[in-house]
Design a protein around this ligand. Structure first.
Ligand SMILES: NC(=O)c1ccc[n+]([C@@H]2O[C@H](COP(=O)([O-])OP(=O)(O)OC[C@H]3O[C@@H](n4cnc5c(N)ncnc54)[C@H](OP(=O)(O)O)[C@@H]3O)[C@@H](O)[C@H]2O)c1
Length: 340
């Protein structure tokens, strides 16, 4: 074990059933096994994927009871056997929940050392807490699109955290993106970030304007986080041969699209999940990406925070976030607020 004295018990948020109901509990501080580290969690965000996880709708279900929380940050205070784990003791890291076992919404978490990313010294623990899920996805979607030769893309639910990353990334890379939001004030916010093509899906002439923008910019791929009827509408607006990549399902509705688009227009719909994409890159590829993205974490991949709450107030804050998701993340601060 490392140099840091840890307590025997800790506070955590626990899920007893996949019904979305969280309760604050006291439970034993876990012990790191081979290749694992113990992280004292500094901050952990609530992402849409966590909202799915707590109702059993995420791509991964764990045995119950379980502590949710997919990503976070903290300080490594102890290590199990293994060089990679030992080298991280004392380091500030961004960390991901292990594939089996408890997550980041607790004072401590055991993480696989391979799923911890040491933070560059200029970054705060708060920035590090939101370093993987959205930044990697934003980067991956644009990378996939450019590798396949698409010249421009459409993005739905564009006013959220990931949407803002895509605005800034698209501008920096010179990759045009048509940003779709559902309310006029969201469009204004994106224009304030420099976005040029922004459309509001509730406008009467939305479908025609989207088709026009796709033609003008040559958008032949869509990154769709809404699903439901939005996927088919976006697909219909793009030229023949286009692809919709569904990577979120915020509408919670089944994807609908007119079949003639597949038969006569050679259009297609596929999915994207960061876990699968990252697994396909290998350890070295992930390490290189982790280091590269950190350089842009304070700019392109910055995330707004609406509230910093202790574990006991998380359930209430999550309800508030769910009602109106634009406006920043809820960040759970399980322990004492640190300077970072
Ligand atoms: N596949 C993957 O691996 C992966 C990885 C990361 C993220 N994601 C997905 O990326 C999406 C965005 O994540 P985020 O962290 O950026 O979310 P976020 O910051 O919470 O923002 C969500 C945005 O979506 C809007 N929205 C919510 N429900 C909507 C609906 N039914 N129709 C249209 N817009 C809606 C919200 O607007 P309002 O304010 O109007 O509610 C808000 O602007 C999520 O679907 C998430 O699951 C997927």
């Amino acid at each position: 074990m490392g140099h840091h004295m840890t307590r025997d018990t800790m506070r955590a948020l626990e899920l007893a059933a996949y019904d979305g109901r969280l309760r604050a509990v006291e439970k034993p501080v876990p012990r790191p096994g081979p290749g694992q580290v113990l992280v004292r969690i500094a901050a952990a965000p609530v992402n849409p994927s966590d909202l799915k996880f707590i109702v059993g709708a995420y791509g991964l279900r764990k045995p119950l009871p379980v502590v949710p929380g997919i990503e976070g940050s903290g300080t490594v205070v102890a290590a199990g056997p293994g060089l990679m784990a030992r080298l991280q003791v004392g380091k500030r890291v961004a960390c991901l929940a292990p594939e089996s076992g408890d997550g980041t919404w607790a004072e401590y978490m055991v993480a696989d050392a391979r799923r911890c990313i040491p933070l560059r010294k200029e970054l705060t623990l708060e920035q590090g807490a939101m370093m993987v899920v959205n930044p990697w996805t934003a980067w991956a979607l644009v990378d996939v699109a450019r590798r396949r030769g698409h010249r421009a893309a459409v993005h739905t639910a564009a006013a959220g955290a990931l949407g803002r990353m895509l605005v800034r990334l698209g501008l920096r890379l010179g990759f045009p993106i048509i940003h779709i939001v559902r309310r006029a004030e969201q469009a204004e916010a994106l224009r304030g970030l420099g976005a040029r093509a922004v459309l509001v899906s509730s406008d009467g002439d939305f479908d025609a304007r989207l088709a026009e923008a796709c033609r003008t910019l040559g958008a032949t791929v869509a990154f769709d986080a809404v699903a439901g009827e939005m996927t088919g509408r976006v697909l219909a607006a793009m030229p023949p041969g286009s692809t919709a990549i569904v990577y979120g399902s915020l509408s919670e509705g089944p994807v609908t699209a007119n079949a003639s688009q597949f038969i006569y227009e050679d259009k297609r719909i596929e999915g994207f999940w960061l876990s699968r994409w990252a697994a396909g890159r290998g350890l070295v590829g992930r390490a290189r990406l982790a280091m590269g993205l950190q350089k842009h974490l304070a700019t392109d991949f910055a995330t707004e925070v609406r509230a910093r709450v202790p574990l006991e107030q998380a359930a209430e804050a999550i309800e508030d976030y769910r009602r109106h998701m634009t406006g920043g993340k809820v960040l759970i601060i399980p322990g004492e607020l640190e300077g970072s």
